[in-house]
Write a protein that binds this ligand. Structure first.
Ligand SMILES: [Fe+2]
Ligand SMILES: [Fe+2]
Length: 261
């Protein structure tokens, strides 16, 4: 049995530090750790140093989303690594890959990771469903265990992806909204599903950002600086147990833990 941990959008330095201490503090090390890192550098984007920091903390594969290009230095880095993904259904030819296979630390069992992004209330991209079909066909030649990060705004689109891929992948977990949903479970075909993992970011905030800045923007509609908030961090995500022989999930547990700085 493989235990795979999926952590929601890591927000800024507080999020990174909390993820590191959370992983250090686990009694039982998971076999594989995936974290969405699109907000890991200063709350928007991810740079190479931040990506390395998360990997050193024990994250095997970092997924991203619409904020992936915010820190421009990430583009050449993505072109050279498969441990940081950008959504697979972006324009053809952009740097990086949207899917990869990495071995677990113990036992070297191959785990496929696929990063897709939705297009409802999101910047235009290629069809995530057709892109997932193609990517999974390729991944399946190398891995039975496949975990999908469905980065999207609309719950309907994320649920549609979960049900569309049910039975073909081990898990579909959503990211992007920073608000965790409570609908974790196993779908009929054996795929673990959670509409949104939530975030790994400051709890006393609005989606990880300082509350005063966000409220000011809503009240004035003027651009305000979105600084990452401070204080205790919520670690949010899901832990999944997967039968490596069949690729089917046997359980999914939601994670919501407070880590004090
Ligand atoms: Fe995010
Ligand atoms: Fe996002």
């Amino acid at each position: 049995m493989l235990r795979v941990l999926f952590l929601g959008d890591v927000v800024g330095r507080p999020g990174r530090r909390a993820v590191a201490s959370f992983l250090r503090g686990l009694k039982e090390r998971p076999d594989f750790v995936i974290a969405n890192g699109e907000n890991a550098s200063g709350g928007k984007g991810i740079d190479p140093e931040t990506a390395e920091e998360l990997q050193d903390a024990g994250v095997d594969v970092i997924t991203t989303g619409n904020h992936v290009w915010q820190k421009r230095e990430i583009a050449p880095y993505l072109a050279e690594t498969e441990r940081v993904l950008r959504p697979v259904n972006m324009a053809p030819g952009v740097p990086g890959v949207g899917a990869t296979v990495r071995p677990t630390r113990r036992g070297g069992i191959p785990v496929g990771v696929l990063n897709v992004i939705g297009r409802v209330f999101m910047p235009p991209v290629d069809c995530p469903f057709r892109a997932a079909d193609a990517a999974i066909e390729t991944l399946r030649q190398r891995a039975r265990v496949i975990i999908v990060d469905m980065h999207g705004e609309a719950t309907s689109e994320k649920m549609a992806m979960g049900r569309y891929l049910d039975g073909r992948v081990s898990a579909v977990v959503g990211s992007h909204t920073h608000v965790q949903t409570a609908d974790e479970g196993l779908l009929a075909g054996g795929t673990a599903y959670l509409t949104d993992a939530g975030m790994c970011g400051p709890e006393d905030s609005i989606l990880g950002v300082r509350t005063d800045r966000v409220i000011e923007r809503f009240l004035t509609q003027l651009p305000t600086r979105f600084d990452v908030a401070a204080g205790p961090v919520l670690i949010q995500g899901a832990s999944m147990d997967i039968d490596e022989a069949s690729g089917r999930a046997v359980g999914i547990t939601r994670i919501r833990e407070r880590v004090s700085p």
